[in-house]
Structures are given as C-alpha cells and as structure tokens.
Ligand binder design. Structure first.
Ligand code: HEM
Length: 435
C-alpha cells in the first residue's frame, strides 16, 4: 500500500516537476528572445531620453549625425515611449475609409484635371501669389474627395475656414514639437503670463479653429444628403454616412465622431504635402530652365501644342513598399524592436540613393532607352507598412495632373525687375509638418 502511495506521489511529483520545468524553459526561451539587443543609439539622459538633443525646428542634422555614428538602424529613447508608439486611433479610421488604390482614384481624375486647369487661370490672373493657388488646388482636390464640396473661388468661405485653422497650426506643428507636448503635457497647463505659455495659447486657438474646420464641411454633407432632390454623393464622408445607416444605433455617435475626425485628418494630411510638392516643382523649373524646356518639348511631342489632353496616362509604377531597394528594414529582425519605427526619408534619399541629391536631375529616373527605371520614390516617400499614406494614389495622380497641365501651358521663370532683368533670389525652406 505504502509502495503504491509512494508511486502515486512520485508520478504526481514528476508531473508537477515537468510542468515547472516546461514553464521555466518557456520563460527562459522568452527571456532569451526578448534579450535580443536593442539597435545601437545615443546614450539617453535619465528620464528625458534623447529628446533634448533634437532641435524641434531642424531635426535632420541630428538624425544625420546619429546615422553616421550608429548606422542605418538606430534606437532613440524618449520620455513617453508608450504614448508615441501609437498614432492616434482616429487617423487609422481613414485607412479604412479612403479607397486607396489606383482604380478608385480613377473616378477622381476628371475632378483633378478640372482643379488643375483652375490653377492655370489663377496663375495667369495673379502670378505673384502662386503659393495660394497651389494651396487652393490641394484643398479643392481633397475637399471634393472627402466632402464632395466644389470650391468656387479663392475667397470661398469654406476654404477660408480651413485655411484659418490650418495655416497657423501647421507652421508650428512639427512632429518633434508634438513630441515635446506629449512629453511635457504640463506645457499645456502653464498660466498665460508664464514663460513657455505661447505653445499652450497657440494650441488653444488651433483647437477651436480645427473644430470649426471639422464640423462645417461635415454638416454640409449631412445637409445635402438630407435633401433628397440632390444626386447621391460619392465623397468619402457621404459614402460612410450611408454605410453608418446600417449600423446599430449605439455605435452611430462613435462612428460619426471618428468619421468627422478622419475627414479633418485627410485635409491636414493633404493640404501642405500637395502644395509643398508643387512649390518645389516651381522652384525646380525656375532653377533648371533647360529641364523645363525638355519637359515641355516632350509634352508637345505627345499631345501637340494646340490642345490640352484631359485623358492622361501617367506612370503608376507604385509598388508594394516591401520592395524597397536598399533592404534597410530586413535588419529589424536581428533586433528587439519594442516601439515605433520611424523612417528617415531624407536620409534614404540624400545619403543612400542619390549622389548629388541637391541637384535636380530627372535623368536619374530614366534608363538608356529613355524608359523610366524601376526606381520610384513613391515606394518610400509615402511611408511604409500598415500606416502608409492612404492618400498616396490620390496625391500622385493630382500632382501629376497639375504639373503636366502647368508645363503644357505656362513658362515658369523668376519675376523680372522694372528693367526686365530676372530678380535673383535665395530659396528658403520653412519648417512644418512638411518642409
Ligand atoms: C505629395 C503628397 C503626400 C505625401 C508626400 C504624403 C506622405 C505621407 C507620409 C510620409 C505619411 C506617414 C506614413 C507613415 O507614418 O508611415 C502620410 C500619412 C497620411 N497621409 Fe499622406 N501624403 C501626401 C498626400 C496625402 C493626401 C492627398 C491625403 C488624403 C487625401 C493623405 C492622407 C494621409 C493620412 C490620413 C495619413 C495618416 C495615415 C495613418 O496614420 O494611418 N496624404 N502621408
């Protein structure tokens, strides 16, 4: 009997021991896995991490120095690691709601061409304020896509609401400044008279203007949908409001709020990016007149001088981002990557891909047979992975329409003085979400 009990005990003990051993082994393996080293990087200060080493207005020299010392993949610690590892929830809603593929974008093409033609009219009437015309173009395209709102004129009240909300905010809202606010949220609470309160005051004003910018066009769509005499709208907001009708009542307010914010995100994300692209295009045309002539000659040879083509075939060589040529992301596997991965686009283009990157050399992208090479910057300038820019096809196609139509109809050159001599200028870039 005693022998039997002992045997039972031994079996039980054996099972328990095996259980403990398996658990320990699992923990050991997990620990080993988590013990993979972090990528190299600057030594962080206690509590602050490396946040003070980054100049919020001009962060890239620091990134460039770090990459020279630590290599292509580096780890930077900041105080609020947990928070910054996530983008706000509501931006991700847009990924679901903008149909981001080339076929979906085709339906917007006639609208993009119409908006591009308006740039020409505006530029001919008022060449000095070219930036305003690019901003109007970028807003016309996105307001039409998101709200089906047709911008009438430069002083359109809806445009004014958006510009009032965006312009003061965007010049101060760099990702590094946003990080500063998240890291030191008390900056939003300091009294108005206190040093450092300007950031809070500008944030407060921005919030009110941003709310107006979100609500006014959103209500416009709702009102137009309620008016059954109007043709069904196909904007992002209208399509999703229709989809919302099939949802349970309890979810509707949450969904509506998210959709409202997603609309604003699209405006913010497209306004400066598209306008900045066209500004840089103008700069390149003024600084490189011989490139402009070649581009015009090519357009003339395809469409002739007499007509403006409305149906166009633009190269859509955008491919999956995983095909990024320099393979820099494959090395992530060797490291423990606990947090968010930021891609340093300027480093990829300036340091890795293009020698003499500050010079505008379109031939970089053309092979000896005159065809486009497979090197398409659209593979990485719109980000990578799940949070890649959902407006990328729209952006690519609208910038193409604007650039092709401007080249086909205008000569772009420096302003002239009273003697007809070109005025010299030094190009200057300003900080913001896009520089
Ligand atoms: C030349 C124009 C544009 C450029 C260069 C550009 C570039 C980018 C980049 C680099 C990101 C960040 C991706 C990442 O974090 O990995 C982004 C995000 C985003 N873009 Fe664009 N973009 C442009 C135009 C547009 C347009 C026209 C729209 C909307 C119609 C748009 C909507 C968005 C949104 C909503 C996000 C946030 C996505 C998310 O966080 O999930 N963008 N864009």
């Amino acid at each position: 009997m005693a022998l039997a009990v002992d045997r039972h005990l031994a079996i039980l003990a054996g099972i328990s021991l095996s259980f403990v051993a398996v658990k320990a082994l699992r923990r050991f393996i997990k620990k080993r896995q988590n013990n993979a080293p972090l990528p190299p990087g600057p030594v962080p200060l206690p509590l602050l991490g490396s946040v003070l080493s980054i100049n919020a207005y001009e962060p890239w020299p620091t990134y460039t120095e770090w990459s020279a010392v630590y290599g292509d993949l580096l780890f930077v610690r900041s105080l609020d690691e947990e928070i910054t590892s996530q983008k706000p929830y509501w931006t991700s809603v847009l990924v679901l709601t903008i149909s981001s593929n080339t076929r979906a974008v085709a339906k917007f093409r006639p609208m993009q061409i119409k908006c591009a033609r308006e740039i020409i009219v505006n530029l001919v009437d008022d060449p000095q304020n070219y930036h305003d015309h690019f901003a109007t173009f970028s807003l016309s395209v996105v307001m039409s896509t998101v709200y089906d709102y047709d911008i009438g004129a430069l002083d359109d009240p809806m445009v004014q609401t958006v510009i009032k909300a965006l312009v003061p905010g965007l010049t101060v809202l760099t990702p590094e400044r946003a990080l500063l606010l998240k890291t030191f949220p008390f900056l939003l609470k300091v009294p108005d008279w206190c040093w450092g309160s300007s950031i809070k005051r500008s944030a407060r004003g921005s919030r009110e203007r941003l709310n107006a910018m979100a609500d006014i066009p959103f209500r416009y769509v709702q009102q137009h949908m309620a008016d059954s005499s109007l043709v069904a709208q196909s904007s992002m907001v209208a399509e999703n409001l229709r989809r919302m009708e099939r949802q349970e009542e309890a979810f509707k307010p949450i969904f509506e709020n998210a959709l409202n914010k997603a609309g604003t995100t699209a405006i913010i994300a497209s306004y400066e990016t598209t306008a900045a692209t066209l500004m840089v295009f103008f700069l390149a045309m003024v600084l490189y007149p011989e490139v402009q002539k070649r581009a015009q000659a090519e357009i003339d040879s395809v469409v002739g001088k007499e007509r403006l083509r409305t149906e166009h075939r633009y190269p859509t060589s955008m491919q999956s981002c995983e095909r990024l040529g320099d393979g820099s992301l494959s090395c992530l596997l060797a490291y423990h990557m606990p947090l968010r991965v930021m891609m340093y686009t300027m480093g990829i283009s300036f340091q890795k891909r293009y020698p003499d990157a500050s010079n505008f050399i379109p031939e970089r992208f053309i092979d000896s047979d005159g065809a486009l090479t497979s090197d398409d910057p659209a593979q990485y300038i719109f980000g990578l992975g799940r949070r890649i820019c959902p407006g990328r096809y729209n952006a690519d196609s609208s910038a193409w329409a604007a650039i092709a139509i401007m080249l086909a109809t205008l000569d772009i050159s420096s302003a002239k003085d009273s003697q007809g001599k070109a005025i010299n200028f030094t190009p200057k870039f300003i900080p913001g979400v896009v520089r």
